[in-house]
Design a protein around this ligand. Structure first.
Ligand SMILES: C[S@@+](CC[C@H](N)C(=O)[O-])C[C@H]1O[C@@H](n2cnc3c(N)ncnc32)[C@H](O)[C@@H]1O
Length: 362
């Protein structure tokens, strides 16, 4: 089989499994639930549902400029592709915290930066007794959703109107690179979790690494350069691209207990021998290729680049990404912590059991 034929076969296998996932989903519509934002006044509603267009890309309009990346079809497809890849990487696990029993018994779950809502809806289908709320700046979630899933347009960095001690589990995935005040967010989660509840992050560390000699620190590799510039551009805009690396310490410092982390190598491309990892690599590479324009625009403009400079640089980045000679990978981190059962009153703000992700020098 040629590489192209194998790639096609992998795509076909992936799309048929995605289709069966979709048809298996028992979507229903709750006429009493205002998933069309009818709880908002009309003027607010239209501004929430509007979008901003820039350089051929579409961005959220509510709190315009808060999130630096587009919300158009390309970006939504990438998010769904990354979702499928994450489940493959985690062997089907939607979460790592020990919350399955809570979910079966009817937990209150919050998904921050829910995106297309795919994680929230799958969780809702799997645990019908649980109540899942997804929050996002963009109104890009479907109207027909499982009865126990509700979506709201909101900025999770603003004050939460939810009561204290409401949630059993708070989930955050592929979002921390765009959070301006991570400490504040973790404190808010602590306040609104029930004692004994869990906060879990699932994040990719967007920096290509390599375990063999195919990409060393000296090897010219434009994809690595791309992430250097992304880091600088994001920082110029007030974000920390590598925020995932300090999450363990931040959870401990905020008083979370039983902080645990797991990590998985996420290949970029079709270089692994293992079929599951090859498929993950194909998804990751496609997500990178499809995202280069949308991801780079605002951060690179913040560094003073012109659109032409960006486009010319991306030619090299695409070549490097598609070059199967480089055996590179990102690292996926699943990190969670538990709110103390005494509500944090007697916490010593430290956990002895944590396994922090190893920082990467670059
Ligand atoms: C890369 S997507 C991830 C979507 C989803 N968590 C997933 O894993 O499929 C990041 C999402 O976070 C949302 N987001 C970023 N900052 C936010 C904020 N302050 N409040 C609400 N949503 C936010 C963005 O609008 C975007 O939809």
């Amino acid at each position: 089989m040629t590489l192209e034929e194998e790639e096609e076969a992998l795509y076909a296998a992936a799309s048929s499994s995605a289709e069966s996932d979709i048809s298996a989903r028992s979507t229903s519509f709750d006429p009493n639930f205002d998933s069309d934002m009818s709880r908002y006044p009309a003027s607010v509603t239209s501004s929430i549902r509007a979008h901003v267009y820039e350089g051929g890309l579409r961005y959220h309009a509510y709190r315009d400029g808060k999130y630096p990346f587009p919300n158009d079809d390309v970006e939504q497809n990438r998010d769904d592709m990354k979702h499928t890849m994450s489940l493959m990487l985690c062997r089907g696990a939607h979460f790592y915290a020990p919350v399955e029993d809570m979910f079966k018994n009817g937990a209150q779950v919050l998904d921050l930066g829910t995106g297309t809502g795919i994680w929230a809806m799958e969780l809702g289908d799997k645990y019908p007794a649980a109540e899942i709320t997804g929050i996002d700046l963009s109104p890009i979630q479907p109207n027909y959703v499982p009865e126990n899933v509700h979506f709201f347009v909101d900025d999770f960095e603003e004050e939460w109107l939810d009561p204290e001690n409401k949630y059993d589990y708070i989930h955050v995935r592929y979002v921390v690179h765009s959070v301006r005040d991570m400490k504040g967010l973790i404190q808010k989660a602590m306040h609104h979790l029930k004692p004994g509840g869990y906060l879990e992050f699932q994040e990719l560390h967007f920096y290509p690494r390599c375990d063999d000699e195919t990409m060393t620190a000296e090897t010219p590799y434009a994809l690595r350069d791309f992430y250097h510039y992304m880091e600088d551009g994001m920082r110029a805009m007030g974000y920390e691209l590598h925020a995932v690396l300090s999450l363990t310490e931040e959870l401990q410092a905020a008083g979370f207990e039983n902080v645990r982390s797991r990590s998985h190598k996420t290949p970029i491309g079709l270089w692994p021998r293992d079929k599951r990892l090859r498929l993950c690599g194909l998804f990751m590479r496609t997500a990178i290729m499809d995202g280069l324009r949308g991801l780079s625009r605002r951060p690179f403009l913040a560094l003073g680049w012109t659109q032409l400079q960006i486009e010319m640089f991306l030619v090299d980045v695409r070549k490097a990404t598609m070059n199967g000679m480089f055996h590179t990978f990102f690292t996926f981190h699943g990190i969670y912590g538990q709110k103390p059962l005494d509500g944090g009153q007697g916490s010593n703000q430290q956990s002895a059991t944590a396994t922090p992700p190893s920082p990467v020098g670059h």
